[in-house]
Structures are given as C-alpha cells and as structure tokens.
Design a protein around this ligand. Sequence first.
Ligand code: ATP
Ligand code: MG
Length: 402
Amino acid sequence: MHPPGADTVLVRHGEIGTKSEQVRRKMESQLRDNIAAILSERGMADSVSVERTRLYVETAAERIEAVTEAVTDAFGVVSASPAVEVAPTMDAMTDALAAAAENHYDGGTFAIEARRAGQPEVHPFSSHDIQEQGGATVWETAEREGVDPEVDLDDPDLTFFVECRSDRAFIFLEKRTGPGGLPVGTQQPVVALLSGGIDSPVAAWEMMRRGCPVYPLYVDLGEYGGPDHRARAEATVDKLARYAPNQDLHLRVAPGGDAIDRIVAETDDRRMLVLRRFMLRVAEHIADETNAVGLVTGEAIGQKSSQTSANMRVTSVATEYPVHRPLLSVDKTDITERARAIGTFDEATIPTGCDRIAPELPATAASPHEVAAVEPDNIDRLAERAAKSVTVLTPADPPTSD
Ligand code: ATP
Ligand code: MG
C-alpha cells in the first residue's frame, strides 16, 4: 500500500547501524550495490543512494510496488516503505496526508506517526504539531469522503507515517519487512552442500542472509541420484540467485558415483556417516580452490540418523573447515515454512538419493574412530578426484538429462 504519487522507496537496515563508521560505510555501499543489482536484474535501473542510516531508491510511480518488492529481497534490509516525497512544510505534508486518506482510509481506526529530524530551528513546528495537524487533516478528509473516522494511537488499523527532514519530507503507509541480516558480500564465502531437498537451500539462504557468498555444491550420487535430484538442485540455485544476482552462484556438480558404489559395497550401519564425510571432503577441496572459509549443510539435530548429536561429531571431524549448520535447532515444519517463504520449496518432493543408500539400521551414536576404521582406504583420493572433475554450471547451460 502506498500513497498516491509514491516515487521513493525508503530502505532501513538494522545491525549495520551498530558498526563502526568505517565498517558501516563499507556495508552500506555493499548493500547499495546489491539492491542495484537486484533492481537491474529485474529490469529496473533506478538509482540507489545512501544517507546516514538510510538508503533511498528514487523510481517512477508506476513501478513503486515492484521496486519495493525487489528491495525487500536484499539481505541486510530490515524494512522498506514506498513513500511520496514532498517539501518539508506543514502545507505540503498535510496535502499529501489528505491525498493518502482519500485513497486508502476507508474505515476503522487510524493514527499519525510523525518524526522530525534536524535542529529544532530548521522547522517552525515539532513532530507533535505534525501529528496534530496531520490528524485533523485525515479526520476532515475522511468525513468529507463519508467515512466515520476514529483515532487509535495504540493499535490503529492504518498508520500514516510522516518523516520530516530538513530538506524533504516523506509520507508512507507501511513498513514492509525485509530479510534482515547483513548484505551478502560483507563476509567471506562458504561452500554450501545442496542436495535438492528442502533443508539445504534454506541453510544456504541463511548463510547468505548473514553476508556470506555461497558456492553451491551438488554431489552426484551416480545410480542413486539421478537427473531429478540434480535438476532440483539447479532450480534451487536459480531461486537463490534472485536474492544475489551479483554473486557467483553457479552450481558445482561433483561426480560421486564411483565413490558411492564403493561406500555402498564396503560399509553397512555406518554407511551414511562415511557418505557424509566423503561429501564434506569433496566440499573441502572446493573450498581450498575457491578460498572459501567454511562448509554449510542443511542438517538439524536428530533429523536423521547421521544428524544425531553424536554423529555430527563424527562428520564434523572429517574436515578442517568449520561445518556451519544454520538449521541445527530448527524443526522440520519451520524449515519447510521458511523454504516456502523464500521460494525454494517444491511441492513435488522426491526422495533424495541418500534415502536409497541408507542401510536398514543405521548407527545413531558412532565414534569418529569407528567410522574412520570402516571407510574405504582411498576415500581421500576418491574425494579429491570427484572435486577435480567438478562441472560448474552456468545459467546458460541447458537442463541435463544424463
Ligand atoms: P535436505 O537436507 O537438503 O532437505 P535431505 O534432508 O534429504 O535434503 P539429508 O539426508 O538430510 O538430506 O542430508 C543432510 C545434508 O547433507 C543436506 O542438508 C545437504 O547439506 C547435504 N547433502 C545431502 N545430499 C547431498 C548431495 N547429493 N549433494 C550435496 N550435499 C548433499
Ligand atoms: Mg535434511
């Protein structure tokens, strides 16, 4: 919802504001670049500017909604408001409030929330004055339009926001929520293990939300995987790329078939742990090559036998890189909800290849030592070979059916 003529999106960030001046400037400029990249990818080359504690996108009234939507996809954005800019005078602000009331106030309760920035002598009125005169204007407009006005300052149905700065003022009607977090690109990159399932894309998204670029890696499970899984992983990456089009988000596909065949042939109840450790080793090589500083999985405590608290110790020690598990304590229903919200959920769930590899009675409390003892002796070499044979998919690559 926006007032008539809205042509500016006000963008608010959160944690960035708690940083030192130097860090804040860097993060704000990354946020500005990221918003510009999302806008340009969606065909809107509007200019994004940074002012202390705020960013602004100046756009055209006809695409104000699309721009607001795009802005609230940028990591680091806490909220955004489609606003109309007017002169910082009482007359201009009350005129804009009257127009907003005419268009959007059709019953229920309302409130005016006004903020005034700058030295007191800059404006001949206080924020309280704006609220009083603005409230009277909305009230009169409503009555003229045949609406029965009612004020509720605590929990209004509609809030008219006014922000009056020294050089300009803004009127808006909502604060649309963004993902929060930090601008992607303000942290060092990580390798995200993507299975094509529900959890791993959400985990990758959460790391991006905290500022980390991700290099997504899919380990092809050979005869246990298949084109469906890989296509699902590819589709997921496309969805993630919408949030960060200026990042190198290309799926890396590592052929794991040979290693998986050996793992299935040579292991039994500890098979899934051997498999996870193999995948982490492949990811480690990719991290070495790309200068990534950590690995990410969609694991959550107790979700599967390989994800018991004991078994995560076994998998974690297979690599020197930290294994980040942003969904560690999140319930599956909540993960699924998040996947829907960010657009990576696919109704047609397909069982992942891992389900077909799992033994009937997998170990739930193994030790690193036990698992290391049953691993194929050349597992490191197999992982290295799989990593060396990685294919990096570019968006131009047609869908594969091998
Ligand atoms: P997801 O966790 O993505 O929904 P899932 O739950 O079926 O899929 P799990 O068996 O829970 O997969 O796997 C645990 C984690 O291991 C995944 O979240 C993912 O990070 C990683 N993983 C599993 N299979 C693959 C694969 N084929 N390629 C890359 N990573 C994988
Ligand atoms: Mg899972």
